[in-house]
Design a protein around this ligand. Structure first.
Ligand code: ADP
Length: 431
């Protein structure tokens, strides 16, 4: 059945861009409007300007002398060019009548208003004697450049809003990425939460379906391996009994050796499944980890390249001692197995940070290639270097070790460099 996809994302993106465009165009329009000179003075302002300028003119006329004009300057912090008293104005460097006429903005019929050089001027048309009043630009307090700041703020707000909206629209991709990362790291049980409706729900559902299929496939493969291993045990035992009856001793020894390997492999596979079934199979008890490590290290002290234990000795922790010992032995035996001809002694160390113990096994052996690092904890994975003659193993040791440590709510990690050596770290919570 063909599923009809609601074009939710498309519609959202479309509307966001439309809205952004409209807002930006609106903002720019507002800016342009604020910069454009507004022709025509509002009647209220014109009335007030006429009223104020007439008052000034009256005051001027009442003492029309050089002294009177200078006093007016002082009282009002204003200047004026008065017909008949031009000398006074020229001394101040005030704009001439002609300059004023040229700069008149033509706002009003009754009043002349404008700016020339650093002087704002105003004149009441038809006043006698003709008088232009000036105020120096320096005396006007610098105001808040409202339109520019407001428009800049507005555009900034639009950008922030667009960014947040697009980020919100993209959030399902982040959810999907988390899912992809989890699945690729082997967490096949992870499913993503999908939003209702739209393309992302379909994508999310498809992703979850893919994870279901993957999980089932892996489970089926594991079940097959487990069943085969289980079924192999009886025939192997029977072959063992039959081999005992053979007369050819050298043939008998060789078959017995192969049988032993097969039995070990079957036992390891079954054991790894048993362990994976959960922490319930662990037999935990309060254990002195330092003592356990000292005891294990002792067993390898005469095996080349030698071994050394550093750090904490007194470390009480609740673990299954047999299983943790098994993990430690596995790591030490690997360090011995993947040694180089002149490797120095393996270093085992134990430390505590907050509530976690860190047990490390460090060697300066062959190291692990970067491409192998991500796989070495997978069952049956062996690097090319490990397949060289004399290096036996099934590639199950680290997979089992990781299962055991994780069943203790801890973690098993590795850092390594090809040709330089490796360091495995077991983290175990105190309780
Ligand atoms: P194996 O039985 O092959 O040793 P493991 O599960 O113990 O299986 O290890 C998996 C792979 O990890 C090995 O085949 C080897 O390539 C690599 N490896 C493990 N420990 C070391 C180490 N100390 N130095 C180098 N390679 C190592």
């Amino acid at each position: 059945m063909k599923h009809r996809v609601k074009k939710k994302l498309l519609i959202r993106i479309f509307f966001t861009f439309m809205l952004t465009a409209v807002l930006i165009i609106g903002g720019l329009g507002l800016l342009a409007h604020s910069l454009k000179p507004d022709h025509g003075l509002s009647p209220v302002i014109e009335k007030n300007a006429v009223f104020y300028l007439s008052g000034l003119q009256q005051k001027l006329n009442s003492s029309l002398s050089e002294e009177g004009i200078l006093n007016l300057y002082k009282d009002l912090s204003l200047y004026a060019r008065v017909e008949g008293f031009e000398a006074l104005a020229d001394k101040q460097g005030l704009p001439t009548f002609q300059e004023v006429e040229k700069e008149d903005e033509g706002y009003s019929k009754k009043v002349v208003i404008g700016k020339h050089r650093s002087y704002f001027f105003a004149e009441l048309k038809g006043a006698t004697p003709r008088t232009v009043w000036y105020i120096s630009a320096n005396e006007i307090p610098r105001g808040f450049a409202f339109p520019f700041v407001a428009v800049a703020g507005f555009i900034f707000l639009i950008l922030i809003m667009s960014f947040l909206t697009i980020r919100w629209m993209m959030s399902p991709i982040k959810v999907l990425m988390t899912g992809v990362n989890k699945i690729s790291k082997g967490d096949l049980k992870y499913r993503i939460k999908t939003r209702q409706g739209g393309e992302f729900q379909i994508l999310g559902d498809a992703f979850n379906h893919m994870a279901d299929v993957l999980e089932k496939m892996v489970a089926a493969k594991e079940q097959l391996l487990r069943d085969v291993s289980h079924e192999l045990r009886s025939p192997l035992t029977r072959v063992g009994v039959a081999v005992d009856l053979m007369n050819d001793e050298s043939m008998k020894a060789s078959i017995k050796e192969d049988l032993k390997k097969m039995e070990e492999l079957v036992a390891e596979i079954l054991e790894s499944y048993r362990l994976r079934e959960g922490a319930s199979s662990l037999k935990k008890s309060s254990t002195d980890l330092g003592e356990l490590v000292t005891h294990v290290v002792e067993d390898y002290k005469d095996t080349p390249p030698g071994i050394r234990f550093e750090g904490l000795v007194d470390a009480s922790v609740v673990i299954d001692p047999m299983q943790i010992e098994r993990v430690l032995r596995n790591l030490i035996e690997n360090a011995i197995k993947y040694t180089k001809p002149h490797s120095s002694a393996i270093v085992v160390s134990l430390s505590k940070v907050k509530n976690d113990f860190f047990l490390k096994v460090k060697d300066d052996g062959v190291g692990i290639a970067e491409k192998d690092l991500v796989h070495i904890f997978e069952p049956f994975y062996r690097s090319d270097a490990a397949r060289s003659p004399g290096k036996s193993g099934f590639g199950l040791g680290l997979a089992i070790a990781k299962t055991i440590v994780e069943a203790h709510d801890g973690s098993l990690t590795v850092t390594s460099q090809m040709g330089q050596g490796s360091e495995f770290t077991i983290r175990l919570p105190e309780k």
